[in-house]
Design a protein around this ligand. Structure first.
Ligand code: NAD
Length: 496
């Protein structure tokens, strides 16, 4: 893996011995702070080291972004749209290298990584189309004034992202920020630093964007991350990550009185009624939790089954889970790779152990799957895991695991299904499976969640808004709502 990463970096003009991991003012620049060593999730061995960007490079990135934003807004809206179309095309020919690099670093199946790159392109194309379709409005005020409202950009926005889908998240937040007329400085997770910087380089070059319009600064949360959130020129903070860090980001914003968008975790309920297509529900339930090894904010981590479905449904589900191809992330056939990092691996095991101690039953999984190559002995693999006999009071029924661990609980009727589904401090997503559409919609409309699926799971699109409530955060990404987060209204009064 070290060799393969070195080759990819070399092809992008980056020295693997001292990687220039930041994209600032149109250049790749190495940090000079603390050395951060990435660990290969497949083997547990060191992969690559780079140095923390730190406050001085954050400052440089923000200064460059502020200047570039003025240039950006001096272009016509249509020209900004054409440039963002060019930005999308800038990825052409580099998709496979980006996917392979992320697969090696994040331990994520290469097929999933290819999907991420395709989404980044789609997001730039979609938001490019919005550039010249944003307009203000005239308010029919009861005075002699002409009053009109403009939608203006914030200026420079700060973005902080997690490790589970680094490229997706990067495109998801950069594209609308730029389309709304902002510059953006983004700090990826310290565990997955490189692909965001390369995406920024490729889209900035492809779109002939003003140098510095995108800044990528890599480093730890309490150094580079804090320097970004505390900087007086950052006019809005957009954070994707855990509720614990989300709180800190919102507090940092509160100190400077700047607004934030928080896309946080979840403990989403997947509700199956006995009149559902069981085949569809089984395949939907396993994909809902085991895709991305459960390291997905919308993972369907609580399976709520109507009582009569036990035990046939869970037996079928266990067989489906055991059939998932767990293996090396770089193999095309692999559907599930390891967990991304050691801390996550330990946390997931601790939560499983606690659940078993509290009385849950292990239906399948709980350890590394058999048949993996020897070199993975110290890697972070965990087989798809299903726990039954789980009660709503147990820790595992309430905490986000962020791993391939499904808990199963049962309900008698509609009312109990809704009560169980909503018995969470999160509110990101949920799903209902039933052939009775009226019932499914009745339930869907009672779920306290930002996204609800009926007879489906995890379908998302850049055109549709996404976000949570409760401890899943606030504000929206994607679609027109996601674009609007990056603008603010200015009301202009003209005496006539
Ligand atoms: P995390 O909160 O540990 O870290 C996220 C980012 O915050 C990283 O870049 C980190 O360096 C940075 N950070 C940490 N402390 C900071 C500080 N004091 N100041 C500034 N930045 C700081 O999250 P993670 O472990 O990387 O990601 C997993 C979490 O992300 C899960 O809870 C998951 O549900 C959530 N997530 C949510 C969504 C969504 O859209 N709702 C999407 C993906 C992941």
């Amino acid at each position: 893996a070290r060799e393969a990463i070195a080759q990819h970096l070399d092809a992008f003009g980056i020295d693997p011995a001292a990687p220039a991991s930041n994209w600032i003012a149109g250049r790749l620049i190495a940090g000079d702070g603390e050395t951060i060593t990435l660990i290969d999730p497949v083997t547990g061995a060191p992969l690559l080291s780079y140095r923390d960007a730190g406050a001085a490079l954050v400052e440089q990135a923000i200064e460059a972004a502020a200047a570039a934003q003025v240039e950006w807004m001096a272009l016509t809206a249509s020209e900004r749209g054409r440039r963002l179309q060019g930005a999308a095309r800038g990825l052409e020919g580099h998709e496979e290298a980006l996917a392979r690099l992320e697969s090696l670093i994040a331990g994520k199946p290469v097929g999933d990584c290819r999907g991420e790159v395709a989404k980044v392109r789609e997001m730039f194309e979609y938001y490019a189309g919005w550039c010249d379709k944003q307009h203000g409005e005239v308010i029919d005020v009861p005075t002699t004034h002409l009053n009109y409202v403009q939608r203006i950009p914030y200026g420079v926005v700060g973005q902080i992202t997690p490790w589970n889908a680094p490229m997706f998240t990067c495109g998801w937040q950069l594209a609308p920020a730029l389309a709304a007329g902002n510059a953006a400085v983004l700090k990826p997770s310290e565990l997955t630093p490189l692909t965001s910087a390369l995406i920024a380089m490729l889209v900035e070059r492809g779109g002939r964007l003003p140098a510095g319009l995108i800044g990528i600064v890599n480093g730890l949360g309490h150094t580079t991350g804090q320097a970004l959130t505390a900087h007086p020129r950052i006019a809005k903070l957009v954070f994707v990550g855990s509720p614990e860090t989300g709180r800190r980001i919102a507090e940092a914003g509160a100190q400077r009185l700047v607004p934030s968008v928080l896309e946080l975790g979840g403990k989403s309920a997947n509700i199956v009624f006995d009149d559902a297509s069981l085949e569809d529900a089984v395949s939907g339930a396993q994909a809902a939790i085991f895709a991305g090894a459960g390291q997905s904010c919308v993972a369907g981590s609580r399976l709520l089954l109507q009582e009569s479905l036990l035990p046939a449904f869970t037996e079928r589900l266990a067989r489906a889970a055991e059939a998932i191809a767990v293996g090396l992330p770089t193999d095309d056939a692999t559907r599930m790779g390891p967990l991304q990092n050691a801390a996550q691996y330990r946390r997931v095991h601790a939560l499983i152990d606690e659940a078993l101690a509290q009385g849950a039953t292990l239906l399948t999984g709980g350890k590394a799957p058999a048949g993996l190559p020897e070199e993975t002995a110290d890697g972070y693999f965990l087989a798809p895991t299903i726990l039954t006999d789980v009660t709503p009071e147990m820790t595992i029924a309430n905490e986000e695991v962020f791993g391939p661990v499904l808990v199963v609980m049962t309900f008698r009727d509609e009312q109990e299904a809704v009560a169980l589904a909503n018995a969470t401090r999160f509110g990101l997503a949920g799903a209902v499976w039933s052939r009775d559409t009226a019932k499914a919609l009745r339930i869907a409309h009672q779920l306290r969640a930002g996204t609800v699926w009926v007879n489906s799971y995890k379908t998302i699109n850049v055109m549709s808004p996404f976000g949570g409530l409760g401890e899943s955060g606030y504000g929206r990404s994607s679609g027109l709502d996601g674009l609007r987060e990056y603008t603010l209204p200015r009301s202009v009064w003209v005496e006539t």
